[in-house]
Design a protein. Structure first.
Length: 182
């Protein structure tokens, strides 16, 4: 009886160690692969818009880096994108009306993860709306509902007399046609 108890206790201990190792391995596997932040360079769209209107060329080109800075600024102010997911860092890349994002975040404030997301961009005056199309964790497809739509404010950065006439997605950026407001 004593021998059977020792054998069972040893088996139970081995099972606990095996499960603990598997859990630690899973946490190590999903951790972010690169260090990302939400730091961003300020972007003065108002000054850019007024200079372009004055010069007679009423088009503002926002590069991928400009969009990256606008999105990071927005996320820094509202990093809790869903009740269970908080973004701690991001790097965005723009290709036409598609945006890919490397995102570091925490699930339920505890587990650090690095995900890759693809968004589809659309214009909804006065903002760019980024809707998640796919979310991957180290190549494993996750539900796109892990992330919510992201609003990238553009129009509220312009002076009151300048409005947005149209938006055109191009490789490497977004062309914003401006017009004077009455």
């Amino acid at each position: 009886m004593k021998k059977a108890f020792k054998w069972l206790a040893g088996l139970l201990l081995a099972l606990v160690l095996l499960l603990g190792g598997a859990f630690a391995g899973a946490i190590w596997y999903i951790r972010p692969q690169q260090e990302l932040t939400l730091e961003h360079a300020p972007l003065d769209l108002g000054a850019k818009g007024m200079n372009m209107v004055r010069s007679g060329k009423a088009e503002l080109f926002l590069s991928g880096e400009d969009i990256n800075n606008l999105a990071r600024a927005h996320l820094k102010g509202q990093p809790q994108v869903t009740p269970d997911f908080r973004i701690e860092g991001a790097q965005l890349d723009l290709q036409g009306n598609r945006m890919t994002a490397d995102i570091n975040g925490r699930i339920r404030g505890q587990i650090a993860v690095g995900v890759q997301a693809e968004y589809e961009l659309e214009w909804s005056d006065p903002n760019l709306i980024a809707t998640p199309v796919s979310v991957k964790l180290r190549g494993i497809q996750l539900p796109s509902t892990l992330l919510e739509r992201m609003v990238i404010p553009v129009g509220d950065k312009l002076p009151p007399l300048v409005g947005i006439k149209s938006v055109q997605f191009r490789d490497g950026g977004v062309a914003v046609a401006l017009q004077l407001q009455p």
